[in-house]
Design a protein around this ligand. Structure first.
Ligand code: NAG
Ligand code: NAG
Ligand code: NAG
Ligand code: NAG
Length: 307
């Protein structure tokens, strides 16, 4: 408690200008003042040019909220566990409207210790990052609440969580126009875009409670039975209005990930998401039974923290 309080005070005094939230924590929002004059359209559905790319994700207007179903982390001994009764966050990706995508768009915001790819298609090298992780940046803003949530729901496999967050931010958020540094205005505080992105990812993750949607349709993790791809897709479509991408391993028989495709009206941070059918073909077998495995109990948190 004492440590938390001191961190908050330190962060508040560092984060000088701009408004602060009621709690006293620094504001990490973008400045969308100019967006009130922009016509409101869903990304990828504009019929005239979007003038202010801080107001709508452009060109990456096909926004994917992606999640994993892992059964272990590999770092259980270090307390890196999976949340019981919940899928985990992968990220929030700005695909182009045609499903192609850009990556590592701003190397001045490169925080990925293991860039993949390490060389971009145009030959640009992405240098590995060796500095403090995103956990440090977020703590500097006093957002220990956010950090705590991320450590419960945004889980890496085989390496620390913060490495994964750095990867997601630098590979994807730097290509999302609504997180451009310029969108925060002249009072931009270094790394406020990182905090803003983490908030946005969690908000989008809450829109797609995969575990709950499947469980509500009778599809629960089981080591005794399998499910058809159709039944999984139908359960998710019945709630979101669209068929997400489902990813499977073991020749299409083990459920591992889901990607929800959207167009966004407004910013990726605050706007309204409209679900669209996946533009990527599922790697799950349309005919074989699909395993949705139970996790090893020792790989899970005991208690689910409700959002
Ligand atoms: C936000 O942007 C508007 C112009 O778009 C500007 O007038 C205003 O001063 C900015 N606010 C802050 C806090 O930077
Ligand atoms: C939508 O806006 C983007 C960004 O300004 C522009 O490149 C694209 O051509 C626009 N689409 C249409 C159909 O006008
Ligand atoms: C993988 O699945 C395909 C189609 O279901 C099947 O034809 C093939 O034999 C499988 N391969 C292996 C190695 O099990
Ligand atoms: C279920 O099966 C998976 C995959 O074989 C295994 O990792 C997990 O420990 C099993 N869980 C339980 C509760 O038996």
């Amino acid at each position: 408690m004492v440590v938390w309080y001191l961190t908050v005070l330190a962060a508040s005094s560092v984060a000088n200008a701009g408004q602060t939230l009621l709690s006293g924590l620094p504001n990490t929002f973008p400045n969308i003042t100019a967006c009130v004059n922009e016509p409101l359209v869903f990304s990828c559905e504009n019929t005239t040019a979007i003038q202010n790319t801080c107001c709508s994700p452009t060109p990456g207007g096909l926004v994917l909220q992606t999640q994993f179903w892992d059964t272990y982390t590999g770092l259980e001994k270090h307390g890196q566990l999976l949340p019981k009764n919940s899928w985990t966050i992968h990220g929030l990706w700005p695909d182009n409207c045609d499903g192609s995508f850009e990556q590592y768009c701003d190397l001045s915001r490169q925080y990925d210790p293991n860039p993949s790819p390490a060389v971009l298609p145009d030959g640009t090298k992405v240098p590995a990052y060796h500095g403090p992780g995103l956990d440090t940046f977020i703590a500097e803003f006093g957002r220990l609440d956010l950090l705590d949530y991320m450590n419960k729901y945004w889980i890496n496999q085989g390496a620390p969580n913060a490495d994964f967050w750095g990867h997601e931010f630098s590979k994807h958020a730097t290509c999302t126009s609504t997180f451009d540094v310029a969108c925060y205005g002249p009072d931009y505080k270094k790394h406020q875009d990182v905090v803003d992105f983490a908030n946005a990812v969690i908000r989008a993750f809450h829109m797609f409670p995969t575990w709950d949607m499947l469980a509500a349709a009778g599809i629960k993790p089981s080591n005794k039975t399998t499910y058809s791809l159709d039944s999984i897709q139908n359960a998710l479509k019945a709630q979101t209005g669209a068929v997400p991408y489902l990813g499977c391993g073991n020749n299409g028989t083990v459920l591992q990930e889901v990607w929800y495709f959207n167009h966004v009206s407004g910013t990726e941070q605050f706007g309204r998401y409209k679900a669209l059918d996946s533009t990527t073909k599922s790697t799950c077998s349309p005919t074989a039974g699909i395993h949705y495995y139970e996790r090893t109990p020792t790989s899970e948190h005991e208690v689910r923290i409700l959002p």
